[in-house]
Design a protein around this ligand. Structure first.
Ligand code: HEM
Length: 465
């Protein structure tokens, strides 16, 4: 890795573009990652896409190339010159200005790096191929079909628990807890530790949020890295105990279970999963990847639909539009806004040399609004039949949970439409974004059912005083 070059990029004064590179900050005339971007990144993406296919930004991980056009994002995700092994310089480099001791940072974050780097999403072939094969066996359509009625039931129970005669927060009522519960069912977390079937302890969800704060920070601080490490290691200890119980059950002759943990344990026995750290890393990653993404699809998606009442109406009249609508919501406002890759060998892209070790940020959110790929890209149109959006990535690392997500989101929106057809955003509806640049989502979404609220008011006088 060209350390000298990287260091100079890192320490360049913020407004000084580096010769020979088109610099994002200089091009935009301001910091890219400002509050306006975090609220609505699409105008900035548009400006980058129009100006140049490849720009440099010192605001991502100490310096990275950004690609924003659909064709380039696809290329970066598919081409083996761009490696998924990117955790080294990312996990190990956060430092605070007040505490600029890289060596101390390195040793105190070793536990984090060791576990994190083993997750499938950060592996290249042949290790990636080996682990992906094991995981793919646990995400077969038959497994998902088996889960569907249970997921529909969990959704129904969560919605039934809401007092919809009042304004309520859709994020805390459903979008935040549901995906973790679903992953719990998929993994088989209901077996071993918890008394309540399918329950994922609140701690696990909180740990996942700590990790999201770190992963979603383009320039994570040392404090964020240390909190994420504590959360990751706590999650690993949780799974460690769960896995030990499952191993003991297998050892005592209990029939192997066909959930994800069951399959991973079997693969560990067969030597396809190498060691308990590799196994742990996959469990932690699955829980995290499934929770932090789907929750935002549910909340961002509902907000987007309610902000387009005609399309909400259309869905009510024709629920068969739902599968296409969910894909369109993923294109329109993707919960995962970007991903990264490291350049494995000096490469020329758009006339610019990318050096081995450089980081490339593929702006998925920008690619999904590329007019070269999608007609009228800034319009929501639930009837469009687009090529699949890039929201789930592409190539060898394409999201393994995509089918599960689509099923879950359809179950939620179908039941919400049936139960609360006149649901509306509560005004004033200033969206409450998390401020996370990578995982675009809402901390709260206030909604109400005008008809139920009206009934509640008219019913009130008849109550005995
Ligand atoms: C709205 C929901 C979701 C979105 C937008 C999403 C998005 C993505 C994207 C963009 C990638 C590719 C990352 C890259 O190439 O660097 C990915 C990979 C992955 N996703 Fe998802 N995801 C979602 C839900 C889920 C769920 C529910 C699970 C698990 C149950 C999951 C597990 C994974 C895993 C394990 C990978 C890594 C695959 C590999 O490296 O081969 N995701 N996801």
């Amino acid at each position: 890795m060209p350390h000298g070059r990287r260091a100079s990029a890192l320490h360049a004064p913020p407004s000084a573009p580096i010769a020979g590179r088109l610099d994002a900050r200089a091009l935009l005339g301001h910091s890219m990652l400002d509050g306006a971007f975090l609220r609505d990144p699409y105008p900035t993406y548009g400006a980058l896409r129009d100006a140049a296919p490849l720009v440099w930004s010192d605001e991502f991980f100490g310096g990275a190339w950004l690609v924003s056009r659909h064709a380039d994002v696809e290329l970066v995700l598919r081409d083996a010159r761009f490696s998924a092994q990117r955790t080294g310089g990312w996990v190990m480099r956060p430092v605070d200005a007040a505490h600029d001791d890289r060596h101390a940072g390195r040793s105190e974050l070793k536990g984090f790096q060791r576990l994190f780097a083993r997750a499938m999403i950060f592996l290249d072939a042949p290790d990636h191929t080996r682990v992906r094969q094991v995981m793919a066996a646990a995400f077969r359509p038959a497994d998902l079909q088996r889960l569907t009625p249970r997921i529909e039931q969990v959704v129904a129970e969560r919605l039934a628990a809401v007092d919809s005669t009042q304004t309520f927060d859709f994020v805390s009522a459903l979008a935040r807890p549901l995906p973790a519960e679903v992953i719990g069912l998929l993994l088989g977390m209901d077996v071993g530790l918890d008394d309540a079937e399918g329950d994922v302890p609140a701690d696990v969800v909180a740990w996942s949020d700590e990790l999201a704060d770190f992963i979603g920070a383009p320039t994570p601080s040392r404090a964020q890295a240390l909190s994420a490490q504590a959360a990751l290691l706590a999650m690993a200890r949780y799974f460690d105990v769960l896995l030990a119980r499952r191993r003991a059950a297998l050892g005592s002759g209990t029939e192997p279970r066909e959930d994800v943990i069951g399959r991973l344990l079997q693969a560990e026995r067969d030597g396809q999963i190498r060691g308990s750290a590799e196994l742990l890393a996959q469990c932690v990653m699955l829980l995290f990847a499934g929770h932090e993404t789907t929750r935002h699809l549910l909340a961002n998606g509902l907000r987007t639909l309610l902000a387009h009442p005609q399309q909400w109406q259309q869905l009510k009249q024709d629920p068969s539009l739902l599968p296409g609508a969910v894909r369109e919501l993923l294109r329109y406002d993707s919960p995962v806004q970007y991903t990264g890759r490291r350049v494995t060998t000096d490469t020329t892209l758009h006339g610019q040399t990318l050096h081995r070790g450089d980081l490339v940020v593929a702006l998925i959110g920008a690619a999904n609004r590329d007019p070269a790929r999608h007609e009228r890209p800034d319009e929501l149109d639930i009837t469009r039949r687009p090529a699949p959006p890039l929201a789930f990535g592409q190539g060898p690392h394409v999201c393994i949970g995509a089918a599960l997500t689509l099923m879950e989101a359809q179950a939620v929106f179908a039941q919400v439409l049936r139960r609360w057809p006149d649901l509306a955003l509560t005004e004033p509806a200033a969206p409450q974004w998390t401020g996370n640049a990578l995982y675009r989502g809402l901390t709260a979404l206030s909604v109400q059912c005008p008809s139920l609220s009206a009934n509640a008011h008219t019913a009130a006088p008849t109550l005995p005083l």
